[in-house]
Ligand binder design. Structure first.
Ligand code: NAD
Length: 412
């Protein structure tokens, strides 16, 4: 069984799907591992370190031609997809719910495509394969470091001969995997931390990290399915934004992490809330996306300073900015999934298995994931099966693989 790592296609991506330590474990488990020359360079792993771990360094063409399993972090480029074939499995994070064109291309290549970001995260046996969590953990940590670097004062209380510095007040909005890591990291740096989320079960998690949970009077619980939040109604959203603005105005630093699967990130920090913050305060928006973020006016990878002196940082690809750590964790995730898909040294894809059915998106030239295939009873293609079967996907976004993906979030 040959597994190949190819260089990442996305501009600026520094991560690599396998690190040498993972190569060593896979070769011990009986895999032959091929690594495209230079694939690990931006995560600080040179070709020699892979060779020492038991891998064979190859060209891109050799990797694609010889591998039974092709491993990536993100989406492959069209040239790589064109080099794939029916007997292979391709594993990576492909965001298929929002990229129907890629899903179509993958189906067209005949490859069995497996998208790590669709792993049913609540299955205990999927924990070691949960790349969304491993990468979100890193992102939450890095967001705090970015905030601390941009903030012109101290996070901890400092009592010195030159005066006393009060600790920074820091609020984390959204207390999922990234948010809880951000809270823990900010606490370790000495900030006075509070947290907020629409899922009431996060109250004890926030408190257990030594932070204060902010209760909003105007918004009730908004838990959705699978441990995720549901989208708020327009009325709830307006009330949330208005009440949060009062809390935000008291903070030195705000880190936003709120997401609703398959939806545009919710807007939590309005221009009015920004206007209420003090000069020198800092916001890191981890929800920043081309579709809009948690903070009004934020842009991914860009920093803006508002007229009243608030630095708004739209987080870019934070896991990629810590490529050595994120690649090591991702390599464990993808190795676990690869080994799960193999039996007696050969690929053994079984779509009757809940975990595999959750992640396999194309097979034998077809789109096979129920969240991506058109519903059998929908002749106009308007009601994708995703609406009923893919827990993390909201119906509006998880359109049929042949249709256009829509983002129907309300205008902010
Ligand atoms: P996520 O990235 O989808 O969202 C981040 C956070 O934003 C969530 O906590 C969500 O509740 C919050 N949020 C959404 N809309 C909001 C709004 N309008 N206002 C405030 N907060 C809002 O979530 P995630 O971090 O990937 O995972 C969330 C949860 O999923 C976890 O905390 C956990 O409960 C569950 N999960 C379970 C497992 C498991 O069972 N093994 C693994 C991973 C995640």
């Amino acid at each position: 069984m040959k597994a190949a790592v190819i260089k990442e296609a996305a501009p600026g991506e520094r991560r690599v799907a396998l690190v040498p330590e993972a190569v060593r474990k896979l070769t011990t488990a009986g895999f032959e591992v091929l690594v495209e020359s230079g694939a690990g360079a931006r995560a600080w792993h040179d070709d020699d370190s892979y060779t020492a771990a038991g891998a064979r360094i190859v060209t891109r063409a050799e990797a694609l031609a010889q591998a039974d399993a092709v491993l990536t972090v993100g989406k492959p480029d069209p040239a790589a997809v064109a080099g794939l074939h029916k007997e292979q499995v391709l594993i990576g994070m492909f965001a298929p719910l929002t990229d129907p064109d890629l899903v179509r291309e993958l189906a067209g290549s005949g490859v069995t495509a497996v998208s790590m970001d669709l792993i049913p995260r609540t299955l205990p046996r999927a924990q070691t394969m949960d790349a969304l969590s491993s990468q979100a953990n890193i992102a939450g940590y890095k967001a705090v470091l970015i905030a601390a670097a941009a903030y012109g004062r101290f996070f901890p209380l400092l009592i010195t001969a030159a005066g006393t510095a009060r600790p920074a007040k820091l609020l984390v909005l959204g207390a999922g995997v990234a948010g809880l890591q951000a809270i823990g990291t900010a606490r370790r740096l000495g900030a006075v931390v509070s947290g907020y989320d629409v899922r009431p079960e996060t109250r004890t998690e926030v408190a257990s990290l030594g932070a204060t949970f902010i209760e909003l009077k105007a918004v009730g619980a908004a838990s959705g399915s699978g441990g995720y939040a549901r989208e708020l109604t327009a009325g709830e959203r307006d009330a949330q934004q208005a009440e949060l603005a009062g809390h935000i105005g008291q903070q030195d630093v705000v880190i936003t992490t709120a997401q609703v699967p398959g939806r545009r990130p919710p807007l939590l920090v309005t221009a009015r809330a920004l206007a209420g913050m003090s000069p020198g305060s800092v916001i890191v928006d981890m929800g920043a996306s081309p579709l809009g973020g948690n903070v009004e006016g934020s842009r991914p990878g860009e920093t803006v300073v508002t007229e009243n002196g608030v630095t708004v940082i739209g987080a870019g690809d934070l896991p990629s900015s810590m490529a050595a750590a994120s690649s090591a964790m991702y390599a464990r995730n993808i190795s676990a999934l690869l080994q799960y898909l193999v039996s007696d040294g050969a690929l053994a894809v079984d779509l009757s298995d809940e975990l595999q059915a959750g992640v396999v998106i194309t097979r034998d030239g077809q789109v096979v994931h129920p969240g991506l295939a058109p519903a059998p009873d929908s002749s106009d293609g308007a009601a994708p099966a995703a609406a009923r079967t893919a827990a993390p996907a909201e119906p509006e976004l998880a359109d049929s693989a042949g249709g256009n993906t829509r983002v129907d979030g309300p205008a902010h």
